[in-house]
Design a protein around this ligand. Structure first.
Ligand code: SF4
Length: 214
């Protein structure tokens, strides 16, 4: 489904509606990665970590060229991760961004609430382009009843699919794996705290409570 905020008639194709951006993360795919969170998701998974990113409302509209320049200026990153929200709801500008960055040697990891079968069946003419610009796809909705401690995915139904050889050796580790789920806190100079990875809801509640001093 293409929402009006992701519709080519609403704004130029090469503009992204961003929910967030992080220059460096070690819990959003292999290695050190920039993370692009897009605004808007058609699903309503129970227990969604990023429910504030679900509404299809204007957030931070950013030209692809601007974001590509920002990411290219970052030292010592292995790639970029697209998350959300639903990246495939903004498939065309993300495909453009991913293709540019891959030419520069960066890898692309894309999270999606769609299964690969749903994406392959079509729904948006830009979906194949985003799949072609993706090295590693983490596909499928979050299912709270199947929550799973893993460095790459939040629930056991999700599939980790190498679409290119660049990240073909990336493996998700299982419940007995060495890494388990990981959570990362980034504190910006202005005091803004970004929490990413797969934090347990109880951890978020405790942190919010501490920050409020209650
Ligand atoms: S697909 Fe992801 S962003 Fe969308 S509702 Fe589900 S968990 Fe949240």
């Amino acid at each position: 489904m293409v929402h009006e905020y992701n519709d080519p008639g609403y704004r130029p194709m090469s503009v992204l509606n961003l929910a967030g951006f992080l220059a460096r993360s070690e819990v959003n795919g292999p290695g050190t990665r920039a993370v692009v969170w897009v605004q808007g998701c058609p699903r309503r998974c129970e227990g969604c970590f990023n429910s504030a990113f679900q509404p299809f409302s204007p957030a931070t509209l950013t030209p692809v060229e601007t974001l590509a320049g920002t990411i290219r200026s970052l030292d010592n990153i292995d790639g970029v991760t697209f998350s959300g929200g639903e990246p495939f709801a903004q498939a065309r500008p993300l495909a453009e961004l991913g293709a540019q960055l891959r030419k520069d040697g960066l890898s692309v990891v894309t999270y999606t609430g769609y299964t690969l079968k749903e994406l392959a069946a079509g729904g948006d003419p830009a979906w194949p382009a985003l799949l072609a610009a993706t090295d590693l796809l983490i596909a499928g909705p979050y299912v709270a009843a199947r929550a799973y401690p893993d460095p790459l995915k939040g629930s056991s139904n999700q599939q980790v699919i190498a679409l290119d050889t660049r990240l073909a050796n990336t493996r998700c580790t299982g419940r007995k794996g060495p890494a388990g789920s990981r959570t990362e806190f980034t504190i910006a100079p202005d005091g803004t705290i970004t929490t990413t990875g797969f934090p347990a809801p109880v951890l978020i509640r405790k942190l919010a409570s501490r920050c409020r001093g209650s």
